[in-house]
Design a protein around this ligand. Structure first.
Ligand SMILES: Nc1ncnc2c1ncn2[C@@H]1O[C@H](COP(=O)(O)OP(=O)(O)OP(=O)(O)O)[C@@H](O)[C@H]1O
Ligand SMILES: [Mg+2]
Length: 267
């Protein structure tokens, strides 16, 4: 059985960096995801959209192995996440970072300490180096050095999002998962956050998996969009493709409504 980190076959060039096949997730009798397929290509910014309560956050948690699934297979970097030893899981965990929907910063830790949580878990760094690295991540996300010593409750919503992003970047990941990164931000703050994501994706060569409701974000930064409806990915395409041929009722109402026209006009 292949469950050691050395024995698993790595992904070949050109293969998707994430491949989900036949994923089914239920809570008791409630089926949230059913027989879902999805590919995420290396280096892209993929937006995942769908109705509220449709299972976008659940899907994200299933992909990164935080949920047991009833059926299907999730491969990341060409490796089967569902058949992986705990040790291999712990190692592969360093190759992605996550910004959860609620930010999920530890309230009792400063921003700097929050950024250092993944470093503590995975790296044995002398404190001065960990401090220097955490300061570097802070500046990458556009936070002033003064933010380092603040507690999450002392930050604005936008600053908390940036601090969460800095923590997601702590271990130089290859993939970043973002769950509603611009929710709760005003349009100017959200646009600045979009530009930050685009810039980081380009300069660091990241793959970005972004759950979002935000049409402005979709048109501003997403290379491709996957639409979740009825527990499955019903369409994937560029934002423009989905807008031009909205051959699905949810896509039609979402991409062709007034808000979509306003978002298009703004780009
Ligand atoms: N731990 C859980 N136990 C039971 N049901 C859950 C659990 N987590 C999520 N669900 C259910 O799964 C469904 C999908 O939830 P999810 O949070 O993924 O929606 P979402 O698409 O992310 O919504 P939103 O856009 O509002 O964030 C919901 O019906 C929710 O109640
Ligand atoms: Mg959600």
């Amino acid at each position: 059985m292949q469950n050691g980190s050395d024995t698993q076959i790595a992904k070949s060039q050109g293969d998707p960096i994430i491949r989900v096949r036949g994923l089914t997730k239920r809570y008791g009798a409630h089926t949230v995801l059913e027989n879902l397929d999805l590919d995420v290509e290396e280096g892209e910014i993929l937006g995942v959209v769908g109705a509220s309560g449709g299972g976008k956050s659940v899907l994200l948690r299933c992909i990164i192995g935080l949920e047991n699934i009833q059926a299907g297979r999730v491969e990341i970097f060409g490796r089967d996440m569902t058949a992986m030893s705990d040790k291999a899981r712990f190692e592969i965990d360093t190759r992605w970072g996550v910004l959860f929907q609620d930010g999920a910063l530890f309230g009792g830790l400063t921003v700097l300490q929050n950024i250092q949580v993944p470093m503590r878990e995975h790296l044995k760094l002398p404190q001065p180096i960990a401090d220097e690295l955490a300061h570097l991540k802070l500046s990458m996300v556009g936070l002033a050095p003064e933010a380092a010593g603040k507690y999450p409750s002392e930050l604005s919503g936008g600053m908390r999002k940036r601090a969460g992003l800095a923590r997601a970047l702590a271990l130089d990941p290859e993939i970043v998962f973002l769950d509603e990164p611009t929710s709760g931000l005003d349009p100017i703050g959200a646009a600045a956050f979009d530009r930050l994501i685009r810039r980081l994706q380009r300069t660091l060569g990241l793959t970005v998996y972004m759950v979002t409701h935000d049409l402005d974000s979709i048109f501003a930064v997403c290379d491709r969009v996957a639409v979740l409806d009825g527990g499955r990915i019903v369409r994937t395409g560029t934002p423009d493709e989905l807008r031009r041929s909205p051959d699905h009722p949810w896509i039609e109402s979402y991409f062709c409504g007034e808000r979509a026209r306003a978002a298009m006009a703004a780009t």
